[in-house]
Every structure is written in C-alpha cells, then in structure tokens.
Design a protein around this ligand. Structure first.
Ligand SMILES: *[C@@H]1O[C@H](CO)[C@@H](O)[C@H](O)[C@H]1NC(C)=O
Ligand SMILES: *[C@@H]1O[C@H](CO)[C@@H](O)[C@H](O)[C@H]1NC(C)=O
Length: 631
C-alpha cells in the first residue's frame, strides 16, 4: 500500500460477520504438544485435513495459528531467509500453498463463507452461481506461485495476508459491536467513548478489549484458491524482517530492496526447490507498482546470466500483476487532484484558479507559490476523506482509541522498536504532503521544517556508503496507514504465541509489528516505470494492471492515462469494455497486444486495496490472469 504521512485509523464499512455460524462450524479437534511437533487428530478427520498427515514433519510448517480452531486448511511454511551474512539481514516469509480445491465442496457448510455474503454484500460461492469457483478440479498440474509485494515502501505483506487475500478472515471475538475486518468505526468508537464510565474504568475496559480473542476462519476468496502465495516482508525493517546493522541497512532504496529480494528468492528456492520450477508470477499493489516491474526486470537478467552459465533459471517467471500501481510521478501525482475535482470534491472557481496557477502540474509544486497554497486549501478540506477508498469512512482514533491502539511499547517494555508508537499529532506541514509523490520531490526539506532525525539520516546514510542524492523519506514513514483500521493486525501480530507460530522474531528482538515501517529511511529513486512495462511484456511476460476505481491515492484515471496515452503497448483487442461477474458489470477492461499481452482492468467500487474491498472480483481477475483466460 501507499501510505500517507498521517496516523489515523479507519474502519472500513464491512459487514457483521455472523459469529454464530462460525461457532457452529465443525472443525477438526486437535491436541498439541510443542508447537508444530506432535499433532493428534481426533477421530473422523474432516475433509481437507490431508495436510495433517505431514504437518509438523518440518520445523517451518505452521500447524497451529492462534485464533484458528483446528489445523490450517492450507499448508503454510514460514521463517527467515538470510540475505546478508555480514549484516545478519533477515527477510521474513510465509509460503501459503495452493488449496486442495476438490475439498471445497465437501467443506462447504454453515461455517464456510461460501454461504455468506462478502464485505460488499455480493453473494459469493454457489449461491450466486459463480460457476467455476469451488468446483472440484483436478489438481495434478503444478500449482503456480505468486510472490506478493505490499507497497509502502516499507509496508508489511502480513497486512495483505490479514486484510486482503490470505487464507483466513480475521475478526474479533467480541460480544459487542465488533465485526469481521473491523466493522463500523463510528459505531464502535461511539460505543467506547459514549458510555459515560470514568476514565480509569474506561482504560481498563480498553485494555481488556485489547486482549479480545482474534478469530480466524477460512477466507473463501483467498488467493490460495489459485496459486501458492509467497508473502515476504521487504525490505529489512518492514514487518517482521530485520537487520543486525539497522544504522546501515535501514537507509535504503529501490535498488537495494530489489537486490535483497533476488537474494531472498535464491535462498527460498534453495529451501523449497519446487518454487523454482513452478510457473512464477510477481504481484503487488501501490508502491509494489515500483517493486514488481523492477524485480521482474532483474529476474529476467539473472535468469539470462544463469542460462549463459548453463544453470537453471532462478524462478520460472511468466508474468506480473500490479494494482493501483505507483508508476509515473507526473501522471499519477497530478491525477489525485483531477480525481478529486471530477468527483465534485473541489470548489469549481478555486479549481479553475488552481489549474491556472499550477499549469496543471500539481505534483511538484514549489513551496510558497500560489500553486502550492491553493493546493493546501483543497487538501485541508479533504483531510477527513479516506483517500484509499473515498466511499469508506475515515477512522480516526480519539484519545480512547489511542489508548487501545497506540502505545504498546509500554506493554512490551521495550521502546527500541522505533520510539513512540502513539499517534503523532498531524502538523500543518504534514497536511501539505501527499504521499508518495511529494515525497519524491524531497519534501519536507531536511534543512527546513523537517525533524532533525531526517537530517541525521542523511549524514548516517552518507557515512554508511549509501548513494546520496535524492531525499530519503525518513520519519515520514513513521505512520500507520491513514484512515484504515489495522487494530486486529496490531493486536494479533504482536502476541508472543502468534510470533512463535509464524516463526517470526519475538517482540524483545524486533519490537512491534507495524503495518508500515517506522524505522526505515527510504529513498524513492524510480520515477517512471512506463518504459519498463513496455519492455517486460515484449520480453515475454504477461501483465495485468488493475485499478480500484474509488482510490484517490493512485487513481485509476492516472493509470488509464499512462496506459493509453504514454505507454506503447501495441493495439488493443477492442475498445475499453465492461467485464462481467455474476451478470453484473464488475469493471472495465482492454487488452493490449504487445509481447505476451498487457491487460488493463478497473474494478468498480474498489479502493486502493482491491482484494480488501472487492475480494470476489479480485480473485476472479487473478484467476483469469494466471490461467491466461479472457476476462
Ligand atoms: C514539474 O514537472 C514538470 C513535468 O515534468 C516540469 O515540466 C516542471 O518544470 C516541474 N516544475 C517544477 C517547479 O519543478
Ligand atoms: C529490546 O530490544 C533490543 C533489540 O532491539 C534488545 O537488545 C533488548 O534486549 C530488548 N530489551 C528488552 C527489555 O527486552
């Protein structure tokens, strides 16, 4: 995901998960001795528990997940790959195998979400007649593999695992207004704030809430229905990944990040050789729009060199996919305000004046110009909008929520994880910066109003031999994703038993998990990915570029503009046309014919994180892309 420099939480408007039906679901009963070592399966094994037979044979297999009743229905392996011995730089991964789809029909029951509606109220599964899903299929062919890269830079792939397309749906086991994936922010915040109890009671109740059980159930729209998914936290300093030399390694950029990912894939395929030969795809969203093409290019280069040396390719790369991708600073950066104006969010006379003052170049406005000031007014007005999904509410932690969500450093007794995790106050200056495009311009300047920390970062980076030049995006990474509620993830991933289950380092070693890194200084050094897309498809990679059409961070209008007006991707298979799902228009698409083909698709009603807002549509897109079918 792309992040804005602001700490505000949002609860997306999501449905209430019927916990009753969940509780009624039959699950295999298991007894555990030491985690993942000995497993006893109680009598009549449920369908889909084939995994149990081998679960626990290897130390990296995840056989229990706190909050899940029974064994996972997919095989998952997790751990660290060392990408630098000298630094002890470690990238954390989780490999979730493709599901045994033939079991899905047998499993479908009250507890399975195939009989419930998803967050958009779409009826999923057989009820909606989306034939093809969950139909028993021969699975003799090798499962394709997808490496998933969340954006940021510095955001954790575990965020996507929990909120987007992982094998499980997460919810709080609460008796009150708590819901799957967060529920209604306003209702919940109101409930907490408005109950009139005294402060101390309130706090203790909040602390109790923080301990609420997190429940995991099967995600009917998991991408593991289609492929084996590799989740990796990258670069070191993001998510569960870390370095033994933070003062050096936490100053990084696109180039270092990609080099580490190549080293990571070397280590991972050595550990799991089957991943090297399977059809391999890269996928990501947001700033992943930078990582994915850069990594694809590098993998093609590495494979060429290996072939020249008579070696097997590192991975069998077939294609890549990016959603709401950061691609072109100028086009994407200008698109935000055009989107806002076209949605009716900007006063028309002001918009006219602003366009004239800026000459339609909003993204790189110079400070203290008329263009800059005019943008400031508009952005102030839109501060309370959820840019990630303009249809969703913006969750804003009040003081109470802050007590609930904010400062867990005190709890763990270790503040080395990056200092204050409480909500920062939003400064006037921050309001003027809209991640990530102004970031690339070097705002805020280290000499100016930015913190001393960032200036120090420059010095450190220079001392550490990192390339100088463009601005490091330092303390501005110290945030959570604005407007988005990430409480379940913050709760669950910072529990000792969850860390152990995920083979992730404990709090005492790497501090708290955060959705986006609060320790990285990142230099954004790739401004335009358009030529790379042109090149990659011509080198034989199949591409899917999709956009949730209600995202204002990387708006679909900007993506459409570079795809149609800037990139040379050959002719299309026809005009931009609707694509359908369950008899409804799910979005619009066209396929460009250059090389192995480049599909552009919008997803109607989706925000920045498409699989979170439209999971069924996202899975359908992925399925057709991976199997190279028409949409
Ligand atoms: C902003 O970017 C545009 C397009 O690249 C360029 O023509 C213009 O000179 C830049 N303006 C400033 C103030 O840097
Ligand atoms: C805090 O974390 C650091 C590593 O970041 C570790 O060296 C230290 O021992 C930890 N302190 C406590 C009290 O756990």
């Amino acid at each position: 995901m792309v992040t804005k420099p602001r700490e505000v939480f949002l609860l997306s408007a999501l449905i209430l998960q019927t916990l009753a039906s969940f509780a009624g679901a039959a699950r295999p009963q298991l007894a555990w001795r030491a985690s993942g070592v000995t497993i006893g399966l109680k009598a009549d094994a449920q369908p889909g528990t084939k995994f149990v037979k081998y679960c626990g044979e290897h130390a990296d297999e995840i056989c229990n997940l706190p909050g899940l009743n029974g064994v996972p229905h997919v095989r998952m392996r997790a751990g660290y790959i060392t990408v630098s011995e000298i630094s002890n730089r470690q990238l954390w991964y989780l490999v979730a195998d493709r599901e045994e789809e033939s079991n899905d029909l047998q499993r479908a029951g009250p507890g399975d979400a195939s009989s419930s509606s998803n967050v958009n109220g779409d009826v999923s599964g057989a009820a909606a007649g989306d034939a093809g899903y969950d139909r028993p299929q021969p699975r003799s062919e090798v499962a394709p593999v997808i490496l998933w890269l969340t954006g940021g830079p510095g955001c954790s792939s575990l965020d996507a695992f929990i909120y987007e397309h992982g094998p499980f749906k997460f919810s709080y086991a609460a008796s009150t207004a708590t819901t799957a994936n967060g529920g209604d922010a306003q209702a919940e915040a109101g409930e907490v704030a408005g109950d009139g109890v005294e402060g101390a009671d309130k706090l203790s109740r909040q602390l109790q809430q923080r301990q609420r059980a997190v429940l995991l159930e099967r995600n009917p729209h998991s991408w593991t229905k289609v492929a084996t998914i590799i989740y990796v936290d990258s670069p070191a300093g993001a998510g569960m990944s870390y370095s033994g030399r933070p003062e050096v390694d936490y100053h990084t950029n696109d180039e270092y990040t990609i080099a580490d990912l190549v080293a990571f894939l070397g280590g991972l395929t050595e550990r799991y050789p089957e991943l090297a030969t399977a059809p391999f795809f890269l996928a990501g969203e947001s700033y992943g729009g930078v990582f994915v093409p850069l990594l694809a290019q590098e993998l093609l280069r590495v494979n060429r060199n290996r072939r020249a040396d008579g070696e097997e390719p590192l991975v069998n790369l077939q294609g890549y996919s990016v959603g709401n991708p950061v691609t072109d600073d100028v086009v994407d950066g200008n698109a935000q305000l055009f989107f806002a104006a076209d949605m009716g969010y900007v006063d028309p006379p002001s918009w006219r004046r602003m366009r004239a003052a800026c000459d339609d170049m909003f993204w790189n406005a110079t400070r203290d110009t008329e263009c800059w000031d005019a943008q400031g007014v508009v952005k102030d007005d839109l501060w309370d909008l959820n840019w990630y999904d303009v249809l969703d509410p913006c969750s804003k932690p009040d003081d109470d929520d802050d007590a609930v969500m904010g400062n867990k450093v005190a709890k763990s007794g270790n503040s080395t994880g990056g200092g204050g995790r409480r909500q920062r106050q939003v400064s006037e200056l921050e309001r003027r910066f809209y991640w990530p495009f102004s970031a690339r311009m070097g705002y805020p300047s280290p000499q100016g109003t930015a913190s001393a920390v960032e200036g120090q970062a420059h010095t450190e980076a220079a001392g550490a031999g990192r390339r100088g030049g463009r601005q490091l995006w330092g303390p501005w990474l110290r945030h959570v994703v604005p407007c988005m509620d990430r409480r379940i993830a913050l709760d669950w991933l910072n529990r000792a038993e969850v860390r152990a289950a995920l083979r992730a380092a404990p709090l005492s070693v790497i501090g708290e998990w955060q959705p986006c890194s609060d320790v990285l200084y990142y230099r954004l050094d790739t401004m335009n990915l358009v030529p790379l897309h042109e090149d990659l498809v011509r080198q034989g990679l199949r591409a899917l570029v999709y956009s949730g059409d209600h995202d204002m961070v990387v708006p679909h209008t900007g993506t459409r503009k570079w795809v149609y007006d800037k990139a040379n991707l050959g002719s299309t298979d026809g005009p931009l046309r609707p694509w359908m799902l369950n008899g409804q228009i799910a979005g619009f698409t066209a396929r460009f014919n250059a090389g192995a083909g480049f599909r552009f698709a919008t997803v109607k009603g989706a925000g920045h994180m498409v699989p979170q807002s439209k999971p069924l549509q996202a899975l359908h897109l992925l399925r057709t892309f991976i199997s190279n079918q028409d949409l």
